[in-house]
Design a protein around this ligand. Structure first.
Ligand code: PLP
Length: 384
């Protein structure tokens, strides 16, 4: 068989199992009401939790950033791509999350690849929740450290693994808010475990940064935590509404990443205009508490509305509200039925989530109105 025939057979198999992924074409900015494939929809698909992706102040800041710094960074950070805007943003981010220093990466995927492969290698051990984001798993494999996964939130299982490891350097890696379930990791208990077993804890706060904690300072602030054992990572393309990611921690940790993280070193710095826009985003995140209040109200409204609906919401207090459907075909059919009514909610299927737990991932944004949630609830309560 030729390569192309093999690939075609794999694609046909994917189709047959209801696992073919398709893209829709978004013609408007990312917001609650969008233009997609030639019609208007109300969407519950984005990670733009605070509704900042199309905020006029961020657009103006991006323009001003282009005027000040041009469009392309033109070089990697360690050559001559590290600009004033990147530098100020790193300082602002470190201050915001209450850690000594921060380092910017181009994406969250790259941050995880960079930090994990820089901190762990052969002979070290990584421990990971089974529901962690794919980028953490890929990073663990890249690192060549021993990689042990424990059942979701099963800290007793984690403790057994930690107690049994001969590795000297131990790193527990975990989503702070699980991206397909919306639940918050038990970070204080994880830190206790790490302290008892001389391990360090890397939390990926992609879905907590800007959303949880006082002023949106993230999951550590939500729990009132500070620890030498905590390494913090968050992304800037979700609640912050732009693009990028950062890792924050001690001066020594960050300097070491700057020297060793390959996804930091061997890539062009992101356009400085994005860093410039992110400085504005960070101010809005801090100042506009109403956006987080709105999210809390939307979450309450959705939960109330779906109390005795045919499908059940997974327990989550974050803007990620998954509606458990089960079968792949059923999840796709429900998503298609909603789309026919002008409502976009993505069906999430294996391998992104475990077999038999296909779901609609409803994600809420401060850009949604109460009536938007009511419309979704009404559609979901209609008999099929
Ligand atoms: C989205 C996400 C990432 C990847 O971040 P990008 O900036 O989109 O590359 C990493 N970890 C988690 C938990 C995420 O949800």
């Amino acid at each position: 068989m030729t390569l192309h025939a093999e690939l075609a057979a794999e694609l046909a198999d994917r189709d047959a199992r209801g696992l073919r992924r398709r893209r829709r074409l978004l013609a408007s900015p990312q917001r609650a009401h969008v233009a997609v494939d030639g019609r208007d929809y109300l969407a519950f698909c984005s990670n733009d939790y605070l509704g900042l992706a199309a905020d006029p102040r961020l657009i103006a800041a991006a323009r001003a950033g282009a005027d000040l710094y041009g469009v392309g960074a033109g070089a990697s950070h360690l050559v001559l791509g590290h600009g004033t805007a990147h530098h100020r943003l790193e300082e602002a981010l470190a201050g915001f999350v209450g850690l000594p220093r921060a380092l910017l990466f181009s994406t969250g995927y790259m941050a995880n690849m960079g930090v994990i492969s820089a901190l762990a290698g052969r002979g070290d051990a990584l421990f990971a929740d089974r529901l962690n984001h794919a980028s953490l798993n890929d990073a663990a494999l890249l690192s060549r450290a021993a990689f042990r996964r424990y059942p979701h939130n099963d800290l007793a299982a984690l403790e057994r693994l930690l107690a049994a490891t001969p590795a000297r350097r131990r790193l527990v890696i975990v989503d702070a808010v699980f991206s397909m379930d919306g639940d918050i990791a038990a970070v204080p208990a994880l830190l206790d475990l790490c302290a008892r077993h001389d391990a360090y804890l890397l939390i990926d706060d992609a879905h907590g940064f800007g959303v949880l904690g006082a002023q949106g300072r993230g999951t550590p602030a939500h729990f009132g935590l500070a620890s030498e054992r905590l390494i913090y990572m968050a992304t800037l393309g979700k609640a912050a509404g732009v693009s990028g990611a950062f890792v924050a921690g001690s001066e020594t940790l960050i300097e070491s990443l700057l020297q060793n993280a390959r996804t930091y070193i061997y890539t062009t710095a992101t356009p400085p205009l994005l860093a410039h826009a992110l400085l504005t985003s960070l101010q809005i995140i801090q100042q506009e508490e109403w956006r987080r209040e709105r999210l809390r109200e939307l979450i309450r409204r959705l939960k109330q509305g779906l109390q005795d609906a045919p499908w059940r919401l997974l327990p989550s207090d974050t803007p990620i509200q998954p509606l458990l459907v089960g079968g792949n075909a059923e999840a796709l059919a429900l998503s298609a039925r909603l789309a026919a009514q002008g409502l976009l909610v993505p069906a999430i299927r294996p391998p992104t989530v475990p077999q038999g737990t296909a779901r609609l991932r409803i994600s809420l944004s401060a850009d949604h109105a109460m009536e938007d949630v009511d419309r979704l609830v009404a559609a979901l309560r209609e008999p099929a």
